[in-house]
Structure formats: structure tokens, C-alpha cells
Design a protein around this ligand. Structure first.
Ligand SMILES: NC(=O)c1ccc[n+]([C@@H]2O[C@H](COP(=O)([O-])OP(=O)(O)OC[C@H]3O[C@@H](n4cnc5c(N)ncnc54)[C@H](O)[C@@H]3O)[C@@H](O)[C@H]2O)c1
Length: 250
């Protein structure tokens, strides 16, 4: 039996229009799952083409994750489309300022998308999983679930919250059949990090500290997510798994 096979499962992935979320959606399709995506704007033609080449479906639902009603509506629509077996909360946002200059509105906006929306999505998709006694929830944490970062206090606070929410929900839902875990990407070359990549000194300092010697690519994260979504991980609960080329070991 291939315990990593997700044939017959349906996965919801937030933030799948680009970057890490798109890589995760591709990995789940390659493992045999149908995918429902929730994000701002449309998914790429590549993702739709992959689903069709694999004779699977990808359903694209637009949502504003800073808006509670929009999230409520998206959850209802996804649950009316299919039985959702896997939830991957990948959407996230980043705003950089020195802490002294950090507008409170920006703080709220990062916390709303990165932490509050994650909680709302988990609590929205969990009840049918709890009724069936099975489900997988995988949240996107960060190195900044462990470290403070530079000029990103709201992001660090939000990713600390994601790690703690993951453990809190694990403790309630593991006895009832849902595995709640998180993956913590290291430095990935996505649009979210465009400012860091454009800063040649900072980009070089970061590369030099990564034992694997390179930034991550979106497809580097999907193996860990497929694993945590599969029956191979049935006895893994409440972990925050770094996928960071060794950054935290340094
Ligand atoms: N890139 C990295 O190095 C890195 C490192 C650690 C953790 N992460 C986490 O991984 C996840 C994905 O990061 P990424 O680099 O692919 O980001 P990205 O900026 O490339 O993509 C973010 C996705 O989230 C969606 N999104 C953002 N705000 C939204 C909103 N208000 N409503 C609806 N959708 C919204 C966007 O549409 C997009 O699909 C995030 O949670 C991020 O914090 C990224």
C-alpha cells in the first residue's frame, strides 16, 4: 500500500495563486487529491492544466482573508462542493517597518490574515472532519514561529500564534481523529520575499547561513505537506516541522 497516496481525497489550499501555496497545490494534485483553492485572484493556468492532465479537479474560490464574512462564505461554498479531507492554510501576508514606525493598522492587517483567518478556517472546516473522525490540517508557520526576525514584528507575532494555535487545536482534536500540524518554511524565493531578494547584501547574508546553501523553491515544501496530509502521518500530532535547508540547526 502506498501510504502517501491521496487518491479520492479533497484538499482545500489557501493562497494557491502563487508561491508556496501553488507548489503545495501541485504536490497534492500529484499525490492524487482533488484541490479547492481559496485566495485573492485566480489560480494559474499551469495549476488548472496539471489537474486536468491528472484527471483531477481544481476549484478556484475567491476570498478576502481579511474579511470574516468573506471567509464564512468561502468555507460554506467549499463544503457544499465536496467533502473536505485536508485543509492547508498557506495564504499569508508580510509588512516590514521598524517597530517604532509600525502602524497599528498594518499590525492588525497582518494578524488578521496570518492568524485570525487561520483560526476561522480551522474552526470552520473542522466540524465535518470531527463528525467523520478523520481529517488533516496543516498550517504554514515560519522560522519566525521560533525567531524574531528583523523589522517584521507583526509577522513574527502572527507566526508565533500559528504555531501555538496548531498545538492548541491538536490537543482538542487529535483524540477525535484530526491531525493538526504545521510546516515552517525557511527562506523561500517567492514574491513575499521580493524586497529581501532585491537587497543584495541581505540576500547574500541569508544564503551564507543556510547549510543547504540555497533558498527554498516552492516545490521544496510540498513533500512535507503531502506527507503530513497522508496516512503515513496518522500518528504525528502538533508538530511544527521546519523545512529550511538547516537554518535552525545553525
Ligand atoms: N516565502 C517564504 O520564505 C516563507 C517563509 C516562511 C513562511 N512562509 C509562509 O508561507 C505561506 C506562503 O508564502 P508565499 O511566500 O508563497 O507568499 P506569497 O506572497 O507568494 O503568496 C501569498 C498567497 O496568499 C494569498 N493572500 C494573501 N493575503 C490574502 C488575503 N487577504 N485574502 C486572500 N488571499 C490572500 C495571496 O493571494 C497568495 O496566493 C505564508 O503563510 C507565509 O507566511 C513563507
Amino acid at each position: 500500500m502506498n501510504t502517501y497516496d491521496l487518491t479520492g481525497k479533497t484538499a482545500v489550499v489557501t493562497g494557491a495563486s502563487r508561491g508556496i501555496g501553488q507548489g503545495i497545490a501541485e504536490g497534492l494534485l500529484n499525490a492524487g487529491a482533488n484541490v479547492i483553492t481559496l485566495q485573492r485572484g485566480p489560480i494559474t493556468a499551469d495549476l488548472a492544466a496539471l489537474a486536468s492532465a491528472r484527471q483531477l479537479t481544481v476549484e478556484d474560490i475567491a476570498v478576502d482573508l481579511s474579511n470574516e464574512q468573506s471567509i464564512t462564505d468561502a468555507i460554506a461554498r467549499a463544503l457544499s462542493t465536496a467533502q473536505v479531507d485536508i485543509l492547508v492554510n498557506s495564504a499569508g501576508t508580510q509588512i516590514r517597518h521598524d517597530s517604532t514606525d509600525f502602524p497599528l493598522e498594518d499590525y492588525d492587517s497582518v494578524m488578521n490574515v496570518n492568524a485570525r483567518a487561520v483560526f476561522q478556517l480551522c474552526k470552520g472546516f473542522a466540524p465535518p472532519m470531527l463528525e467523520r473522525g478523520s481529517g488533516k490540517i496543516i498550517n504554514l508557520a515560519s522560522l519566525l514561529s521560533f525567531q524574531g526576525g528583523l523589522r517584521v514584528p507583526a509577522y513574527a507575532a502572527s507566526k508565533g500564534a500559528v504555531a501555538q494555535l496548531t498545538k492548541a487545536m491538536c490537543n482538542e482534536w487529535a483524540p477525535r481523529g484530526i491531525n493538526v500540524n504545521a510546516v515552517a518554511p525557511g527562506y523561500f524565493a517567492t514574491d513575499m520575499n521580493a524586497a529581501l531578494i532585491a537587497d543584495a547584501d541581505r540576500s547574500e547574508q541569508i544564503s551564507a547561513r543556510i547549510p543547504a546553501g540555497r533558498w527554498g523553491k516552492a516545490e521544496d515544501i510540498s513533500g512535507a505537506v503531502v506527507f503530513l496530509a497522508s496516512s503515513a502521518a496518522d500518528y504525528i500530532n502538533g508538530v511544527v516541522l521546519p523545512v529550511d535547508g538547516g537554518w535552525l540547526a545553525r
